[in-house]
Design a protein around this ligand. Structure first.
Ligand code: DOR
Ligand code: ZN
Ligand code: ZN
Length: 429
């Protein structure tokens, strides 16, 4: 008989609301979620979680774990430890590594590293290049999606010509997802030559373009890190016409602005860039159109960020949840919004059959939160190898207390308990 654990008396978050419920875990899965389960499972080990809010383990569909080739910034173990510390139980890793993940050999090599080193569950993207449309398509069952950079960013993955783009949209299987970094490369270069870093028009043009590509080919599309109200409006309208498009917004585009960038200098540099306070307000006002929050966790060392040519990218795994919980206290979000944005919609979109909800039959991935803990984010004690956060100094309310991954306590009171290799590749429906 599989081990049974009864989590008693937590405030369980479902899309419908927050209720005081018991959760019975049997082995790796949730066996029952009901008000009073004591009588149902007399032999279960009982853990009193009265006082905690219980969220479905967060699913972050956009992280950079830097392995292979960037292990001085992060690796599968440090990055997934940061995930657990942030309440995240599943991450999808991006392919802009060195070498990039663009063929079966690199994909399998990286999958083996992840299997040996990850402490949370994971999926891997396959990267698009101008020449790999045929091979990438053959990986659609193993990969969580095809990642296409139609504008350049960190690394050298770039598909900025129509011929190569259309080849991917035509060949990649129609039930697979193409996830796009949407910034217009010509506009990026134009503004760079004039000393400007990627103003909103770069993202707006590229998102309009890639929506047209998806609509004309009938392909599923996921737009990464939407940073402007204009993009959200376009996506919302495309969806109303029937296009199967989803989008993510990052915590840094919701909780930082150009004013923070001015203060942070190169530490605040990211693609797409932080936006003006008015633009950020625009994103918040259209939040109904947001499908999910994803961190775009993109660690670089402090020395790199403060060097002569600072790379773009911000770490985010450990700070997403406290920022969202603080927004709940401020009345800008609800706990069910968080569950929908960080677990349910990511799981539904990418087809993770047993993840994303607290319900019988689902994986027992659970994030227990102390909703009232008040603390200040700092650079100390982070699990990410880069060792800094753009949110240092920010007062927040709400903290990850305990995290269960498939029924096992994987993080508790500041400590990662899961061992390297205990994370597992996700199964797609
Ligand atoms: O700022 C960014 N950093 N944007 C990206 O698209 C890539 C990421 C990275 O890998 O550093
Ligand atoms: Zn990107
Ligand atoms: Zn990214």
């Amino acid at each position: 008989m599989a081990k049974q654990i009864l989590l008693r008396g937590g405030r369980v978050v479902t899309p419908q609301g927050v209720q005081r419920l018991d959760i019975l875990i049997r082995g790796e899965q949730i066996a029952a979620v009901q008000p009073d389960l004591m009588a149902e499972a007399p032999l279960a080990e009982v853990r009193d979680v009265d006082g905690f809010v219980v969220l479905p383990g967060l699913i972050d569909v956009h992280v950079h774990l830097r392995e292979p080739g960037g292990e001085h910034k992060e690796d599968f173990t440090t990055g997934t430890c940061a995930a657990l510390a942030g309440g995240v139980t599943t991450v999808f890793a991006m392919p802009n590594t060195s070498p990039p993940i663009t063929d079966r050999a690199t994909f399998e090599e990286v999958a083996a590293r992840a299997a040996a080193k990850a402490v949370c569950d994971y999926g891997l993207y396959i990267g698009a290049t101008p020449h790999n449309a045929e091979e990438a398509a053959t990986l659609c069952r193993q990969a969580v999606g095809l990642k296409m950079y139609i504008g350049s960013s960190t690394g050298d993955l770039l598909v900025d010509r129509f011929g190569a783009q259309i080849e991917h949209f035509e060949r990649y299987p129609k039930d697979g997802i193409i996830a796009v970094h949407a910034e217009n490369e010509e506009a990026v270069q134009y503004y760079a030559a004039r000393g400007q870093h990627r103003p909103p028009i770069c993202a707006g043009l590229a998102t309009a373009y890639v929506l047209a590509l998806a609509e004309q080919t009938g392909h599923r599309l996921h737009v990464c890190h939407v940073s402007t109200a204009y993009e959200l409006t376009l996506i919302h309208e495309a969806r109303r016409r029937g296009l199967r498009v989803t989008c993510e917004v990052t915590p840094h585009h919701l909780f930082l602005t150009t004013e923070d960038w001015a203060r942070l200098g190169p530490l605040g540099k990211v693609n797409p860039p932080l936006r003006t306070p008015q633009e950020v307000e625009g994103l918040w006002s259209l939040r109904e159109a947001i499908d999910m929050i994803a961190t775009d966790h993109a660690p670089h060392t402090l020395a790199e960020k403060q060097g002569a040519s600072p790379p773009s990218g911000l770490p985010g795994l450990e700070t997403m949840l406290p920022l969202l919980l603080t927004a709940v206290h401020e009345g800008r979000l609800s706990l069910p919004d968080i569950a929908r944005w960080t677990a349910q919609r990511p799981a539904e979109t990418f087809g993770l059959a047993r993840k994303g909800r607290i319900a019988a039959g689902y994986d027992a991935d659970l994030t227990l939160v102390d909703l009232d803990a008040e603390w200040t984010i700092g650079n100390e004690g982070l699990y990410t190898r880069c060792g800094w956060t753009p949110f240092a100094g920010r007062a927040v309310r709400g903290r990850t207390a305990h995290v269960y991954l498939r029924g096992r306590l994987a993080f508790s009171e500041g400590r990662v308990l899961a061992e390297a290799g205990s994370g597992r590749a996700v199964m797609l429906e």
